[in-house]
Each structure stands twice: as C-alpha cells, then as structure tokens.
Design a protein around this ligand. Sequence first.
Ligand SMILES: [Zn+2]
Length: 248
Amino acid sequence: MSFFKPGIAGTTLAAAGGVYWALLTHLAILFIIIYPLAAPASSDTYACANPLISIEADEPVGYQLICNSADDALAFFDRLDVTLTQYLVIEVAQNLPDGMSKTAVGCYDKEAQKAFVLTFPEFEKRQVWVNRRDSYFLYLSLVTHEVAHAVANCNFTEPDPTYHAEEYVAYVAMFATMPPALRAHLLERTSETGLDRDFGFNEITYALDPMRFGVEAYRHYLRPEHGDDFILQVLSGNALINSAFDLP
Ligand SMILES: [Zn+2]
C-alpha cells in the first residue's frame, strides 16, 4: 500500500490560440505578484510562524504565501478543536516522489509527515483547471489541501481510514478556504451529478475525477444536515468507512 496520498489531479485543457496574448499578460502579472514575495535562493528551509511547520525548497518560492495557505488549513480545523500535533515539512519541488501519478501536483506522506507540492511553474505545466489569472490561487489551495491531510492524519480515530474519507476532509478544507471567486468558478464549471446526494463518495469516484469528487464533497458539506458535524464523523470513523468494493 502506498502511503502517498495524491493531491488534486486534473484534466488538461488546450489553451485556445486566440487568448494566447491575454494569458501572457496574466503570466507577467503573476510574476510581479509572486517573485517579490520569494525568499532568497540560498534558503533551503524556511520556518513558518507556526513552529510546527517549515518549508523546504531548492529554488525561491513564495514562502510566506505558502505558510499562509498552511495556516488556512489549520484555521479551518481549529474551529472544531482539531489541531496539527506533529511537525510538518512542506517540500516544494520540481517533481513529486516516485510512484505518483503524472497528473498529481501534490501529495502527503504520512510516515515522513511531509507534504509535497510542485513548484508553481511545474504546477502550471501539469494541467489547467482554471484561467491563468486564478492559477496561483488554486496552487495555494493545493498547499491548503495537503496540509489539511496532515491535520486530519493527526486526528483520525481509525488508524487506517479509507482513501475517500481522507480526500473528503482535505477537499472540504481546501474549498472552504479558497478565494470565493475561485470557488464560485470551480463550482459553476462542475455540473451537479447527484454524487453528494447519493452518497457516492468512494475510492472509485475519487479516482475517476478527483476535482469533481472535491467539488461534490464541498457541496455535500454545505448541506445543513452535514457541515462540520459530518467532518467530525469522518474523523471519528463514523462516516465514509466503506470501500466501494464492500457495497452490495
Ligand atoms: Zn488529497
């Protein structure tokens, strides 16, 4: 069994030639936004304000923004008295650990207590879920997603929760904390399939379309009868405990 939990994996959309110059403009803006916030290249390890979290990177990255995105995950769970209790290293690299899917852009290694995310340029090469303007915000949400895995891992009652239980919690934290405009865009472009009503969250529906799984998990979370109580049920091993292969 692999201990690596794939992050969000998406589909590739061909950029239309007609918007090429518009995309270049957005890319230029992103560089202006990102690189003034990057720490010097000599930094291998960056300590976030939270003493439990540090970042390792081989090249300059937006350290402070990554720390902030990690804090978003912690804040989501803090409301529920669910906290990170172990040290966590976020490694930002051009490649994910061996064995990861080519479409994966992040993962969490339970044993090493380490979250891995691609550098932003590599993230952009792998897929385009949104327009370029929102791409860096989605990238930061990926950080939140992987840190949410780490927090959840500290708090699952079950020593070996189901794959979809882990992903449900991580995706809800990710969607709940991302910029509202980006969230609205992702929800709008993902048609409702009834997954959230039919309780169709399992390892197969996740594998078929991780992003759709994530959107539907968030829709499910938003329903008044679910919400934070359902998150706590998942963490305590009282929900999302069945494999698709267990069902009749
Ligand atoms: Zn994940």
